[in-house]
Design a binder for this molecule. Structure first.
Ligand SMILES: O=c1[nH]cnc2c1ncn2[C@@H]1O[C@H](COP(=O)(O)OP(=O)(O)O)[C@@H](O)[C@H]1O
Ligand SMILES: [Ca+2]
Length: 406
């Protein structure tokens, strides 16, 4: 926060100090360079009194599609999309605070899947955009985030926003994030058994707000929703021959279309003669997840917060309200998958992948992580008007590392 000495502050208790409210407002800018889009989060904090932690006051959020990885061969153009978003911060942050406002961009699975060379080219163009801006550019301000950090930081965000990281009686909640290219599961194990049964690289200890937490977390690269579509089609990590067609029983029978992902063009379509519908689709999708993920026993009965594509697909099919979110059980995804897959003609106005997506989500939850049919999922996009994203957790760490508290 501001270190300016105010000669008059000794005359007033901090909370009635006349210009305090304004003087102790500060900002943090965090970019999420995801595989399907780039997002800017501009957080506002207010330090109401010197002895208390600053409070999160609000967030400005904007996003663009596609993500940086779509510009793998035009890095300047990719950086241009970042610059457009950064211009919003110029308007949002008062000029006298620009120099004290840190700006950081962390990329996730989209860039992890690119070649080192192409990823670095994109990142260094972005770094240039930052250097040319009036904001504070810390060391390591542009980079690819570690998958385990993605899960931990999202967990911190959700548990902070729901009030679980302050006060007594902490009842933390686990988090499920389903991105385009990767997916994360994170929770605080309650049983010694879980710690014993878990591979060491799935456990991370860290300190936050004066407590130590040992979390279970893992990021599965290639298990995001869009990567899973390719895997189901049998097209993931394949040398795609031009004009080659991929078929699936999860797609409308008559469908023939093209799809661009990660800079590659794919042709795909339904099973014109063979089977379509939930049953054959589930078997197809099962091959993608079965036996590929670690299944901690402990999670079977506990409830989880789920966001990103879990939220989007639940909202697309009216399982939850698009603005409010809602509470579901795992079996609700399965019920909806059956409904959509066995009536694909009726759903053909929506995405042709709706059946495949819902079936994948069902299989990922049940056969991948090992959740029960009645495991409760709390679908949330925002808590107190703040996006549930790893970016808030990352901003806490950033401010802490810069000595701006937290
Ligand atoms: O801050 C956010 N607000 C709302 N949705 C978000 C936010 N961040 C990510 N998402 C969601 O994340 C999903 C896309 O994942 P992303 O592009 O981040 O892939 P990745 O995590 O595999 O890199 C979409 O469902 C999108 O709605
Ligand atoms: Ca993401």
């Amino acid at each position: 926060h501001s270190n300016r000495v105010m000669w008059f502050q000794d005359f007033f208790p901090p909370n009635v100090c006349p210009i305090n409210a304004k003087a102790n407002t500060f900002y943090g800018i965090m970019f999420d360079a995801g595989s399907t889009g780039t997002r800017i989060h501009i957080y506002t904090f207010v330090q109401k009194s010197p002895e208390n932690l600053p409070e999160l006051e609000g967030e400005i959020f904007e996003s663009v599609k596609p993500g940086l990885s779509a510009y793998a061969d035009q890095p300047e153009k990719g950086a241009e999309t970042v610059k457009k978003l950064l211009d919003m911060a110029i308007d949002a942050v008062p000029p006298h605070l620009w120099k004290k406002t840190p700006v950081v961009l962390k990329a996730t699975a989209g860039l992890r899947l690119l070649s080192e060379e192409k990823a670095q080219a994109l990142l260094s163009e972005v770094k240039e955009v930052f250097e040319e801006s009036p904001f504070l550019v810390p060391e390591d301000s542009v980079g690819i985030m570690d998958g385990s950090h993605e899960g931990i930081l999202a967990w911190i965000t959700v548990n902070f926003l729901t009030g679980q990281l302050s006060g007594q009686n902490q009842q933390t909640v686990g988090t499920l994030d389903l991105g385009g290219a990767s997916t994360q599961i994170t929770f605080l194990p309650r049983f010694e058994e879980t710690l014993k049964e878990t591979p060491g690289d799935f456990l991370t200890s860290f300190e936050m707000f004066n407590s130590t937490y040992k979390l279970y977390t893992h990021s599965y690269l290639g298990f995001g929703l869009k990567a899973a579509r390719l895997a189901t089609l049998g097209a993931l990590n394949m040398e795609v021959v031009d004009g080659q067609m991929f078929h699936s029983s999860c797609l409308p029978r008559q469908l023939e279309a093209e799809w661009h992902f990660g800079g590659v063009k794919y042709r795909y379509g339904g099973n014109k003669e063979g089977e379509t519908g939930f049953k054959p689709c589930y078997l197809e999708v099962l091959k993608v997840v079965k036996g590929k993920l670690h299944q901690p026993d402990e999670i079977r009965g506990s409830s989880f917060y789920a966001f990103s594509y879990y939220y989007d697909r639940a909202a697309d099919t009216n399982l939850i309200d698009y603005e409010q979110g809602g509470v579901l059980e795992v079996r609700d995804f399965e019920r909806k998958a059956k409904e959509v897959c066995d009536n694909m003609e009726r759903y053909n106005s929506a995405s042709p992948f709706l059946c495949m997506d819902l079936t994948y989500i069902t299989a990922l939850l049940k056969e991948g992580f090992g959740f029960r049919d009645n495991t409760v999922l709390q679908l949330t996009k925002k808590v107190n008007n703040i996006e549930t994203s790893w970016t808030l957790g990352a901003t806490f760490y950033l401010l802490q590392s810069l000595g701006m508290t937290y």
